[in-house]
Design a protein around this ligand. Structure first.
Ligand SMILES: Cc1cc2nc3c(=O)[nH]c(=O)nc-3n(C[C@H](O)[C@H](O)[C@H](O)COP(=O)(O)OP(=O)(O)OC[C@H]3O[C@@H](n4cnc5c(N)ncnc54)[C@H](O)[C@@H]3O)c2cc1C
Length: 633
């Protein structure tokens, strides 16, 4: 294995690291993730500012609007595509046969579906993120497997990293193929590597003459992997020596799937998404031309993370599509199903669910369009908000589909095929539930999203006082950091208290003004709590996931509240006589405020220690007696 004995300039400076308190492997994983992390914010971040006690409503209010011209482009395409799909694709058939018919894939290719995100100058449709999301929302409400085929191809598959990191030559070579219908995939996960890519074992070794890499290894759960023409694959390359220590390097490559040595060893089957083409792939001495390296050697993990940062803007759209369908089913069923003398939606237990479903769907729509428009405009850094939107929308969909199933009673649990066979409307609630569960796991699980958000939320403090918190810093560095930090925080911290007591007016928010004032006030409280947790736990904070989770949840709710209020006002401006957007936003905010209060309460009063102790005993096999009395797996 070739070694490059060089110092990495990125780690030479004083950039503070999030120091792991775990073992050497955990430390190494953290270092690899830190190195791959995008460190600077060129544009303002709404969410980042919230965590620092700064509410910046002007970043989202007035709510950004899609231009009429862009909207028209999306409208025309959506009508064409959905007419085609409704005429040619039966979602029930996909469910039964586990196949999306080849002629449907061909028809979509002819419409340009696989080139939606490819820039026009490379023969693509050059869609905005908003239009792309609108398409995904429509398709996911009709056939989730087909939406995943489209999304895995261009949210994370070759078009996205190629657009962000490809050379002009690579773009000219690969982009036009997507207009011809080439399908791509993204191969990062391995049997032993899921959330933590540092332990990746697939390896690409540069040939002696430097003309190509030889790839060996295995990738798991690669969506579209069984039918893809071309994939982006991440693999270890020769390590670097940084500060005398070997540091793992991960690189990304574009790989033609017809290259000798590639074998799809298994098509994976899941509880839902029965029609996705997801595979385990083995690479044996696969030759990748050197010019297929994306970006530079060692930049593969950063590329993968940056790709997913943008790619995950699509999941909120897919989730919102599914929620709109749930809302429609819940509304129609709950108003027509009479039990105990009245519609089930009018019994309080039903009303509560209907209100949650409607208000939360509206909030999901707000963050979906906000983040997509921000991405198109490029004036706001959306890393934090894309993660917040992914976390919020995937979790909310799960709750909404669960409530919809409960409202539908036994019919919710019955398959749509069975319902249809006995003459009832084929409402696919159980299918939506099976299809959507994975969203909280892939493209960054909910737990990993919270860790990501916590890291970003703490970044300004780490920049300010990182050396102070880092046990590996020299005494001199710690003293100098302490005096710098004291100067800064002796003003900053009291300011958060003070500012919490005097909030601005937001007259333009009408009936929603008090919610904007609450967000402003609470952002100061959140910033204080985050800072005091850092000061109290120092480097141990990284392992205090239950505490961090509460703080992150508060930040997410504040972000969504901001978005939904602004979205409601924008809708009212368009249709002044319909006040329902205000009612939806108001209900969402009132519920969110209760959640926030409960989370702040549980910062000081909780059972975290007991949970840790109990879990340790279970994992130490001290309570296996509880598993007796069943047939073991
Ligand atoms: C249907 C499907 C499609 C997929 N498509 C693709 C694809 O196209 N390309 C691709 O590369 N991968 C794909 N994946 C893989 C997917 O991205 C991973 O499943 C995901 O990254 C989680 O990895 P894992 O399953 O190995 O879970 P693990 O990493 O083993 O995690 C298991 C659980 O532990 C939690 N956890 C892990 N680390 C921590 C931590 N530090 N703190 C707290 N909790 C933690 C996780 O949140 C999770 O709940 C797909 C998976 C599925 C099922």
């Amino acid at each position: 294995m070739a070694q490059q004995l060089e110092e990495d300039p990125a780690t030479k400076n004083d950039t503070p690291e999030f120091v792991s308190t775990g073992n050497a492997k955990a430390q190494q994983a953290m270092e690899v993730a830190e190195e791959a992390r995008q460190k600077d914010y060129a544009n303002p971040s709404f969410g980042g500012q919230l965590f620092m006690g700064r509410f910046s409503p002007t970043l989202m209010h007035p709510f950004p609007k899609q231009s009429e011209e862009d909207k028209r482009i999306g409208d025309v395409f959506i009508v064409k595509l959905m007419d085609f799909l409704k005429a040619n694709l039966d979602p029930e058939e996909v469910e039964r046969t586990h196949e999306i018919p080849k002629y449907v894939i061909k028809g979509m290719a002819e419409l340009g579906v696989f080139a939606m995100k490819v820039p026009k100058e490379y023969d693509g449709l050059g869609f905005s993120q908003v239009n792309y999301n609108r398409v995904v929302m429509q398709v996911s409400s009709y056939c989730a497997s087909t939406a995943v085929l489209i999304s895995a191809h261009q949210s994370i598959g070759v078009p996205q990293p190629l657009k962000m990191f490809g050379t002009e030559k690579q773009k000219r070579q690969f982009f036009p193929r997507f207009r011809q219908g080439s399908i791509s995939a993204f191969a990062l996960t391995e049997p032993n590597v899921g959330s933590d890519p540092a332990e990746m074992s697939a390896e690409a070794v540069l040939s002696d003459d430097g003309s190509h890499y030889i790839l060996n290894g295995e990738k798991l759960w690669c969506t579209n992997g069984t039918i893809a023409d071309i994939i982006v694959v991440m693999a270890k390359t020769a390590p670097k020596i940084v500060r005398g220590k070997e540091r793992k390097q991960i690189s990304a490559f574009i790989l033609e799937m017809n290259t000798p040595g590639i074998e799809v060893i298994h098509r994976c089957e899941f509880m839902g998404l029965k029609g996705i083409y997801n595979g385990a792939i083995r690479f044996t001495n696969v030759k990748i031309p050197r010019e297929n390296l994306l970006d530079a050697e060692g930049r593969g993990l950063a590329l993968a993370l940056a790709t997913i940062n943008v790619g995950r803007l699509t999941l909120p759209a897919a989730c919102t599509g599914a929620c709109k369908l749930c809302l429609s089913i819940a509304r129609q069923w709950s108003s027509s199903r009479i039990q105990w003398g009245k519609p089930i939606g009018l019994h309080e237990a039903g009303s509560e669910k209907i209100a949650y479903i409607a208000a939360t769907t509206f909030a999901m729509e707000a963050v979906t369009w906000l983040t997509a428009t921000w991405s198109d405009e490029g004036k706001v850094d959306i890393r934090i908000e894309a993660a917040m939107a992914k976390l919020f929308c995937t979790e909310a969909l799960w709750k909404i589909v669960d409530m919809t199933m409960q409202l539908r009673g036994g019919r919710g649990y019955e398959t749509s095929a069975s319902l249809k066979a006995r003459g009832e409307p084929a409402l696919p609630v159980e299918r939506i539930m099976r299809d959507c569960r994975i969203n909280m796991i892939l493209e960054g699980s909910s737990e990993i999203m919270k860790l990501f958000l916590a890291r970003e939320a703490m970044d300004p403090h780490l920049k300010q006082a990182g050396a102070l918190l880092n046990p590996r810093s020299s005494i001199g560095a710690r003293l100098s950091a302490a005096s710098k930090a004291f100067g800064h925080y002796s003003l900053w911290y009291p300011k958060q208290w003070f500012d919490e007591m005097s909030v601005s007016n937001y007259r333009e928010m009408g009936d929603l003004e008090e919610h904007y004032q609450f967000i402003e006030r609470t952002s100061h409280r959140l910033a204080r709590k985050l800072f005091s947790s850092m000061a109290r736990y120092q480097q141990r904070l990284e392992s205090k996931q239950m505490l961090l989770s509460r703080l992150i949840d508060v930040g997410v709710d504040l972000f969504v509240m901001s978005a939904v209020c602004s979205y409601a006002i924008a809708r009212i401006k368009e249709a002044p006589f319909d006040k329902s957007p205000i009612a939806l936003a108001d209900y969402f905010c009132r519920e969110a405020r209760q959640r926030i209060a409960a989370r702040f309460d549980s910062l000081g009063k909780n059972n975290d220690k007991l949970a840790n102790e109990l879990a340790k005993q279970v994992l130490d096999n001290k309570m296996t007696w509880l598993e007796q009395g069943i047939v073991q797996v």
